[in-house]
Design a binder for this molecule. Structure first.
Ligand SMILES: Nc1nc2c(ncn2[C@@H]2O[C@H](COP(=O)(O)OP(=O)(O)OP(=O)(O)O)[C@@H](O)[C@H]2O)c(=O)[nH]1
Length: 374
């Protein structure tokens, strides 16, 4: 039940985080789609394109003012001529920059129209300048010059304002995007962390269940499945290496009486005391398992018949000598044992098991509390 709960919790966590990551990704995607106008637009270069002619507009005004005082100054005429040459180039530069930008044409068209009308009036101003150079008074030049200066100043100022506000919007978009992506990354990290945690928990649960499936809960020994898992391997190793493998089957005598006389819990206590005694008497390399009920098994790798007989006799005596206190019941218990050692005739583990079982049967039928070697 617990495992099912943990597994569904793991799935729920994973699903929840995946949904969250998906929604965050969609939100960032939708935002990107709507904000694409602002992404990648280089407003800095455009602002520079507009600021430069704004400076020239100021220069144009100051030059016109100087004309009032020194209309025939050649340097002044040359500077003005140079400005007249630059103005259309700036207008063309700004027009090109805006056409390449992601700005909606409707937002800047009226300012460009105003600049283009300035461009159209430049030949007249050039003619007025030539007249001033040939000695005419500068009044007309100043009047026409101030008109275009005013038009340019207004158009460039509006454009500058437009570009600054678009750049500010771009900054907001980028900031929001950065926050969105940070949240997305956080959710993905949480998702990965949550999934890892769920996997680790599942792995622990799996190991626990696996252990429980191979363990006898009452005695803490391996169960029949554990014994079968291990012994097939031990048997094959023994067959390959030629080293002996001995197997003892043990069955408590008249155990039913213990249950009948002292109750089932007392019987359980006896089984536990018996398992402890068994483990005390065998080596670490030996395998001890409870096969079911009051039947146990000891597998002794690299132990010949003689050595195994010594061990099982020791076990038998130890069990018979268990005190009432150790057993938890006011009676003695004994055990019958059947012993077999693998030889060339044992083609499978089942064969060896069959021999040990037969020996145990003989130990039971010939009076119990004894070892019979097959
Ligand atoms: N307390 C307890 N008793 C168990 C457990 N498993 C099996 N038993 C009991 O063990 C008894 C085995 O009885 P039998 O198969 O007749 O064997 P026995 O009385 O030991 O007689 P022999 O084996 O012929 O000497 C039964 O009463 C089962 O109920 C257990 O986990 N706990």
């Amino acid at each position: 039940m617990k495992l099912r709960f943990d597994r569904s919790l793991g799935w729920q966590l994973g699903l929840g985080f995946t949904l969250l990551a998906g929604i965050s990704a969609i939100a960032v995607g939708v935002y990107l789609f709507h904000a694409r106008q602002h992404l990648g637009a280089n407003y800095t270069a455009l602002v520079a394109d507009v600021v430069r002619p704004q400076l020239h507009t100021t220069l144009l005004r100051s030059t016109l003012n100087e004309f009032r005082e020194q209309p025939q100054d050649n340097q002044l005429i040359e500077r003005f001529d140079n400005l007249l040459w630059r103005i259309p180039r700036h207008i063309e530069g700004v027009t090109f920059g805006l056409s390449q930008s992601r700005l909606a044409p409707g937002s800047y068209e009226s300012y460009l129209n105003r600049l283009n009308s300035v461009k159209e009036r430049l030949p007249d101003i050039k003619q007025a300048l030539d007249e001033v150079a040939s000695g005419e008074p500068p009044d007309q030049l100043i009047q026409q010059g101030l008109t275009i200066e005013n038009d340019m100043a207004q158009a460039y100022s509006k454009l500058s304002h437009l570009l600054h506000s678009e750049a500010a919007k771009q900054r907001i978009v980028m900031d929001r995007l950065a926050v969105g992506i940070a949240i997305l990354i956080l959710v993905i990290l949480l998702l990965a962390g949550g999934l890892m945690l769920a996997l680790i928990r599942l792995h622990h649960q799996h190991k626990k269940v696996l252990k429980l499936s191979l363990m006898d809960e009452l005695t803490g020994l391996g169960n029949r499945r554990y014994m079968l898992n291990v012994t097939e391997l031990l048997f094959e190793q023994s067959q390959r290496s030629g080293l002996p493998l001995s197997m003892a089957l043990l069955d408590l005598d008249h155990f039913k009486r213990v249950n009948d006389n002292f109750g089932h819990p007392a019987g359980d206590q006896v089984l536990r005391a018996f398992a402890d005694a068994l483990c005390d008497e065998v080596r670490k390399a030996d395998i001890v398992a409870r096969l079911g009920g009051e039947e146990f098994c000891v597998l002794m790798p690299e132990t010949n018949a003689e050595g195994a007989l010594e061990v099982v006799e020791r076990i038998r005596k130890r069990v018979a000598g268990l005190s009432h206190q150790e057993l938890g019941v006011p009676t003695a218990v004994t055990v019958s044992l059947g012993l077999a050692t693998a030889d060339n005739h044992d083609t499978s583990f089942d064969h060896l098991y069959g021999r040990a079982d037969q020996a145990l049967y003989e130990a039971k039928t010939s009076g119990r509390n004894r070892v019979v070697v097959d």
